[in-house]
Design a protein around this ligand. Structure first.
Ligand code: ZN
Length: 240
């Protein structure tokens, strides 16, 4: 194989690797942002649960106050009822007592409901809290890893750049120019093998005459269709 083609292939390898590393570096902050967004959502849900629990306890306390208050009112009303002078007065006291008894009964029912709800809420909040702690640790760990990965990627890119500079000095300027031109046009694969007479870059068949020439060519050849640098590897001979 022509030495320039080998060098162009190495350039291509470095360029492909650099592109992949750059893509990864760009993706890392997005990945971390997504992890943080999810964590924020879970934290918000946890805080909502905790808020519901606080509201539940507050309502229970209010109801307990209402029950005590109603009980005191009933005691007072019963005392006053003893001094009732008419049947109407007596009935009016009875009516008021019944009202506060009903308030107590309703409050007690609601307290039971709240206690049941609180049990579920408490379990949920506790579970969410434990999960959040694990998730937080995971996010922190991923942040450190992403940072380390970005540093390692940058280092690999710099190493590639240095190797590329070395190859640029070795390769013939015309082939380097052709390589850069095609790379700008087609992207990743500017150097392609020809398999069964077909350019693997553009998937078109070479002219049979041109293919025959390529097989024995000592110089660098380009696909007549896509202008990629092409090469042909003779089939490996089966062992004797
Ligand atoms: Zn081609």
């Amino acid at each position: 194989m022509n030495a320039d083609i080998g060098l162009a292939s190495r350039l291509q390898e470095i360029d492909q690797r650099t592109a992949a590393l750059e893509k990864e570096i760009a993706a890392l902050p997005r990945y971390i942002a997504e992890l943080e967004r999810q964590f924020g959502e879970h934290q918000k849900k946890f805080e909502e649960g905790r808020g519901s629990l606080v509201a539940n306890q507050k309502e229970r306390k209010t109801l307990e106050g209402t029950i005590i208050d109603s009980q005191q009112k009933i005691t007072r009303l019963k005392d006053q009822m003893l001094q009732a002078k008419t049947n109407e007065q007596y009935k009016a006291f009875q009516h008021e007592i019944a009202h506060f008894e009903s308030v107590i009964s309703t409050s007690e029912d609601r307290i039971l409901e709240l206690m049941e709800a609180a049990e579920t809420l408490e379990a949920e909040v506790k579970k969410a809290e434990a999960e959040l702690a694990v998730e937080k640790k995971h996010v922190e760990g991923q942040k450190v890893r992403a940072q380390e990965r970005a540093v390692a990627d940058q280092k690999a890119i710099a190493e590639g750049k240095a190797r590329r500079a070395g190859i640029e000095k070795e390769i013939s300027p015309a082939v380097l120019k052709a390589y850069e031109y095609v790379r700008k046009k087609v992207g990743a694969n500017a150097v392609c093998e020809v398999v069964d007479g077909t350019c693997t870059g553009c998937r078109l068949a070479l002219r049979p005459q041109y293919f025959q020439e390529l097989k024995t060519a000592q110089d660098v050849r380009y696909c007549e269709n896509c202008k990629r640098i092409i090469y042909w590897n003779p089939p490996v001979a089966p062992p004797a």
